[in-house]
Design a protein around this ligand. Sequence first.
Ligand code: ARG
Ligand code: ZN
Length: 483
Amino acid sequence: MDLRRTAPRTAPALAVLLVLGLATGCSGGAVDGSPGAAGLRDRYFPKAGNGGYQVDHYGIRLDYTPDTGRLTGTAEITATAEQALSSFHLDFDGMDVDEVEVDGKGARFNRAGQELTVRPSGELVKGRTFRTVVRYSGVPRTVEDPDGSEEGWIETADGAVAVGEPVGSMAWFPGNHHPSDKALYDVEITVPKGYEAVSNGVLKARTERAGRSVFQWHAAEPMASYLATVAIGRYDVRTSPGAAGTGGSAGAAPSAVPVYTAVEPGLVKKSAPALARIPDVVAWGSRRFGPYPFSSVGAIVVPDGTLGYALETQTRPVFSGAPDADLMVHEMAHQWFGNSVSPKSWRDMWLNEGFATYAEWLWAEDRGGLTAEERFDAFYDEDTDVDPEADGSYWDFPPADPPGPEHISDDPVYYRGAMVLHKVRQKVGDKAFFALLRGWAAARRHGNASTADFTAYADRTTGEDLSAIWRVWLEGDGKPDHR
Ligand code: ARG
Ligand code: ZN
């Protein structure tokens, strides 16, 4: 039975629903709710996310055996219904679903592509908080992005790493996989003895159970699912009490932010300089962008060539091979821009990448390197001394309007996105510009924002007429005539 296409409310269909309801102990009223939408109609990833509910918390328990690549998982998803629901969708790509329960009762489910449709035994009234438990197993998939890069679950020589931008997280846990639905997470990972298992946030406990090691991670601040990570392997783990004076989470008294790094043993030496910078970068970011938004920090360095990119996974970016300081700055800047202030849709990627790129320019400027103005000029002139790869590709499309899902991580989103910010800085001056960056990070802290939200915020708070910048630099086609 295909539960995705709920039968129209003809008499026979209604009778079937009622019988189903009785058979599963439904308390009646099944005809009032309607199915939650299968996707949020994101322009680039229309099936990503699901309608009709918001997730409050994910409790994910994983058991992984590197030798076989087999993962067993249980996802406990606590969500609130935003409409009366007769059924709802989760995004889940690959693996086998063994069992689904809603509020302790067995639920029917159906799968079609990335859509896992769940029909609880009784309808969920609007406003109700409900808990879905999905038990699953198998060898998780590696997902190929529209741009050809890999995400999802990626095996390494002695373990695996999970990265999710934009839609890879559905390969290892079912959920509402769109950045607009942020939630809290607890991730528990069981691995054979001798392996480390790393995720986002704080390691609350590490225990031994039946000869295996159990790691309990807690992400205490809201997180978009694409920023969730798990890394399993024989990592070199180091912890330190933290970066002083950067402020704790959500109103906590200023205190050290604990640093937790996990590094591929062969890369420890090469990674050390960039990792040693983490406290400095966090302190610098806290001055430039406002208090560091999370209660922990760190990094995961996976073997060279595991991924073709680094990812700003929340509190603990993943680097494929040893990072350099600039890349560290970029991924740390995302903790403010992208992770705390997350995009409302994948069209808003430049709010992540333009800002993180501009942070690299600022870091250099603040340390006596090229100024952002010099870098802006060099990029405008496509000066290969400053940008060896300069080939005019950042003029391909306006940063806030990638032509397709395969372009959301292209150069215009990063470099021309950064240039938009520099144009604003030129127009409003340093004082107002840095107040804008801090104000924006504070105004949308732990939330979501769109491009229109940002331009409206900048217009309002700077009191300047920025419309020409938006029109030409953010939304216009081709290379602007004047710098
Ligand atoms: N957001 C990552 C960064 O800028 C890059 C992710 C690249 N992903 C991709 N599918 N191209 O650090
Ligand atoms: Zn980035």
